[in-house]
Each structure stands twice: as C-alpha cells, then as structure tokens.
Design a binder for this molecule. Structure first.
Ligand code: GRF
Length: 217
C-alpha cells in the first residue's frame, strides 16, 4: 500500500482519476495529501469530497523557490508519502527537492515527449500540423519534461482541431494512463535504467500501428 502525495494547480481531473483508481482497488495505495500552490482551485474541492487532506502552499508567499519547495517537502514528509504525483502542477521543482524523493516523483504531460515540452503544447502541436499527439507519464528529473518515460498514449490531431477538442481527446487517455503508471509503481514493476523505464512483465505487440489520415485499404 503506497501513500501518494498529489501536487495540483487547477481542475484536478487527473487527481480524480487517481483517487477513483485507488477507491476501485486498481492502485494498491491511497492519496494521502493534496497540495495546491493556488487557493480555491477545483482540485481542492475534489480532494475534500474524497475526504483527502489538503494543503495550500502559495508560492507567492515565499521569497524564493528553495523555501517554497522546502515547505512542500516538509508537508509531503509529514504525510509520509512514498510517491509524489504532479497533476497539472504549474511550478518547476528544484533539484534539491527532487533529491529528497529519488525516483519517486512523476508527472503527466499532454504531448508525446520529447516533442513539445513546456507550456501551451496542445496548440503548438495543432499549429505544427502533426498528425498525432498524445500524453506521457514520466519520472521527473531536473529538466522540464525530460525525465524517463513510463507510459505514453497516442491520439490523432486534425488540422482544424481547436485546443479544447484536442484537450478533451487527450484527457480521456490521461485519465487511463496516469492511474496505470501509478499502479505499476505501487507494484514495484518499474525499473529505471538510464533514460529507459523497464516494466516488469511488459507485453510487446508488434502490430500496434496508427496511420492518420486513415488509409482506405
Ligand atoms: C493536464 O492536461 C495534464 O496533462 C497537464 O495539466 C493538465 C491538468 O489537468 N500536466 P487536470 O488539472 O488534471 O484536470
């Protein structure tokens, strides 16, 4: 049974998918604490509805990133978390923070990394004219969206997509792959070797293939 600390800044739909997967017993664990850097966000309401403790740690109240991160670290340690899951958390964590939780901080990003790291990436993918984008769950390292990749899911992108259409398409998959990645972590099934993540008993399927626009034959 792992204890998960979830860091949020917004609506918390990924947080919801994690809490739901814990409730269904798909993750051998529980969300022990939800920390938001912004007060009043819906993620906090979701946590309270699930009877999960919450804490607001407002980055604007701290003179620098180190002191802000230190406050987050202390809170996570107070709740004895085994895993830190970033779910729409809009701050970059310091290397010092990450060293406190080696191999135990993960993030979900709404693009197929290493393409489109950073912010505003759905619109960037549409503007670039890519035929596919996706979402990525990865371990967090000191870079921005650069850590070892655990799981990815792919969606088509159409030239006339709006950002909201692509966002909805992606979120449906985010809500499947983030709990799955945490399930694998909770089972001790993930091994980081350099840049790669090996999944114990991971299946291979050479027939996996997507073509967009679809071929008629
Ligand atoms: C998601 O698109 C996620 O990929 C990104 O931030 C968004 C968070 O959405 N990291 P929500 O707060 O989980 O609804």
């Amino acid at each position: 049974m792992i204890r998960i600390g979830v860091l949020v800044s917004g609506s918390g739909s990924n947080l919801q998918s994690i809490m739901d997967a814990c409730d269904r017993g798909e993750i051998d664990g529980e969300v022990a604490i939800v920390i938001s850097n912004i007060d009043g966000v819906y993620a906090l309401t979701r946590a309270k509805k699930n009877a999960v403790p919450t804490r607001v740690i407002d980055h604007k109240q701290y003179p620098d990133r180190n002191i802000f991160d230190e406050q987050i670290r202390k809170t996570l340690e107070e709740y004895q978390v085994d895993l830190v899951a970033l779910a729409g958390f809009m701050r970059v964590l310091t290397p010092e923070f990450l060293e406190s939780f080696p191999g135990r901080v993960i993030n979900i990003h709404p693009a197929l990394l290493p393409s489109f790291p950073g912010l505003g990436v759905r619109q960037k993918a549409i503007d670039h004219g890519v035929r596919f984008s996706g979402c990525t769950v990865h371990f967090v390292d000191a870079g921005v969206d650069t850590g070892p990749i655990i799981i990815q899911a792919v969606v088509p992108v159409y030239p006339d997509d709006t950002e909201d259409e692509l966002k909805d398409r992606l979120l449906k998959l985010e809500h499947r792959i983030y709990p799955k990645a945490i399930q694998l972590f909770s089972q001790g099934a993930l091994e980081i070797v350099g840049r790669k993540v090996f999944v114990r008993n991971g299946r291979k399927d050479d027939s996996l293939c997507l073509i967009n626009p679809p071929l008629d034959n």
